[in-house]
Ligand binder design. Sequence first.
Ligand code: ATP
Ligand code: HMH
Length: 264
Amino acid sequence: MKNVPCALTIAGTDPSGGAGIQADLKTFQELQTYGMSVITSVVAQNTTGVTSVHHMPINMIEDQLEAILEDMPIHAFKTGMIANKQMMEIISKKIEKLNAPYVMDPVMVATSGDSLIDKEARSFLRESLLPQTALVTPNIPEAEFITGNSIETVEDMKDAAKHIVDHFHADAALIKGGHMEGEAIDFLYDGSKIHTFSAERINTKNTHGTGCTYSAAITSYLAKGYSIVEAVRHSKDFVTVAISKSFELGNGNGPTNHWATRER
Ligand SMILES: Nc1ncnc2c1ncn2[C@@H]1O[C@H](COP(=O)(O)OP(=O)(O)OP(=O)(O)O)[C@@H](O)[C@H]1O
Ligand SMILES: Cc1ncc(CO)c(N)n1
């Protein structure tokens, strides 16, 4: 079979399978996209938290990227956890060669509250990687860090989306309202207009990896050639169903159900 949509994730791992590379590959597969992965860090974690982290040497990140670049088509890619500036520098250099839409999930802290990237990396992400993105998908705390403004209302969310595009030069920004009260509402600013995506809030603690799953779904749809707005619309549906049928597994925040849309 030729002309398969191909998507790449550059991120850390989750051996318990709900977040990181594992969530991304499950999502790519569900959405019939050929999935590839470059591992930045191996993270010992589960639904309750992170116990330890082993960072890949920089040359291993570079070699993984080169192995794919030399041989495979890439129609869209995403980044998740990139723990330090040195990793970001090498990824930033390769982005031009990847030559495909870039979705950044600006991962900083796990659902459990554990920090996943260092302070210097947060600044580098904002100053150097953000301008290279087709779309960035911060949750509220991440959007607060990027803009330097606190976000308490839906108006603040919309302002943050505009601020990130206008001042940090992402092509588009999607601010996710998972951490707000009430409706699960997200706002996308694409440089010309605010688009709203909302869903009923599901009463569950099982939201481990929702952000990874959402951005991976968007990456899949972009690989298939959808516009940003349509990719987000379909992905919002995908993540909402995945949360609504999430698994009561583990002792902490359980994982989402990546195959849930199959059963509708
Ligand atoms: N309880 C819920 N019910 C319905 N939708 C939700 C719920 N929690 C989060 N969402 C939605 O899930 C998506 C991911 O948002 P969220 O803000 O949770 O991301 P995140 O914090 O980056 O995720 P992660 O937990 O992986 O770090 C958004 O579309 C958000 O609106
Ligand atoms: C590797 C990794 N990336 C992202 C998250 C955020 O959910 C996580 N828990 N682990």
